[in-house]
Design a protein around this ligand. Sequence first.
Ligand SMILES: [Zn+2]
Length: 460
Amino acid sequence: MSDTLAVIAGKLSAQAIRIMGLGLGSNLPGRVSLKIAPSVLSHLSSQARKGVVAVSGTNGKSTTSGLIASIFGAASQKIVHNRQGANLLTGIAATVVDASNWTGNLDADYCLFEIDEAALPLVAKEVKIANIVVTNLFRDQLDRFGELDTTAKLITSGIAVNSSAAILNADDPNVAQMVPNVERLFYGIKNLATESCGETEGRELIGQANTSELSYCPSCGNEYEYDLLVYGQLGHYRCSCGHRRPEPEVYAEDVKVHATGSTFKLHYNNQSIDVELNLPGTFNVYNALASAALAFKLGLPSDAIKKGLCSYSTLFGRSERVNLDGKQILIQLIKNPAGASQALQAAARDPQGKFLIALNDNYADGRDVSWIWDADFEQLAGCEGPFVVSGTRCNDLAVRLKYAGVASEKITIEPSLDRALDQAKGLCSGEQILWLLPTYTCLLELQKIFKARGTPLAGT
Ligand SMILES: [Zn+2]
């Protein structure tokens, strides 16, 4: 009974929010429902006929969940998904309340939840999660989570609550050593095709290895050696003591990354799938592998996996492609050094690309913008540009670009995002792509700007 009341109250508050135009992703309906019936999330999510799956980790949660949703769609599975990215306990509660009917019945094969690392233990106490995908573990906004170890412990304890099966990135030593006592399925990259490893990328890989992300062997504390370094701390690592990367059962072979996408052969058991991914960057190959690994684990058919990966159209601000006034724009959210370096690497593959990079320092962006000094903006030094920088901290970005080797005359500073967008757009001719790299609150601002111009972004 209290569940029904909670559902009704949650739905009514969600409607009120919609009517008042308060915007997306509000946690309020979830908070209202949980207040009335603390077990509402637990009861609703347990109705998913084939169970609950979750995605956590530092980078790639939204895209990985989006790819999983796409595969589920191709396999005709009905799902409930917090696709607007409200990934804390209240946001997830709001999602299931919204998806259920007025009497608290949920009609779904699966619940698919993207879950913030810090929220995972809390959500796992309410929701029996059968499978948890972990994407990677990078340093995020330090003012939010503190040490990497803390995040690893949060994820580990979240998995332990239900002894969920873990789908783990074998190439990330921070992730692969997690939860040895539960059922695990590993995914990873077997090799990069030679044409992906140009001179620039070789330099960049060595550069990143020397920066912050390297990790150490949990058995003996020595630094890992790498037979293949993909980016950050991701690759084929091993230690002199014998500890090494687990051999992944799901893997990508001959990965070829080009400016706006990639191709690879996806393997699992005796199955081999040719994948053409319309998402830029090696980081998205990992997101595709993570989603495919879960799909294989659930026994979904390989043609649905292929279709789900190849036909994926992006989520709001995650490698999203938009056409505005005849100009091609590719939007990639940046929020921490590792993710930004990957976005920059993808953009740097496009020699004619134009750039708009926007940095705010609101709470959701991280108040401390010094992280931009750990992101590899040096990759842009060889790009033709020009570069427009915007946001409340546009001047910091301009300084960062200058130190990265970008000539001052190629940099334009425009604090207003609206005007910056017009300037940057004006630089593109014909098929040239505008790479738009915003931090989180800049992305929210852009959402309003695009909507006002009659080209709303995905899901808005
Ligand atoms: Zn060792």
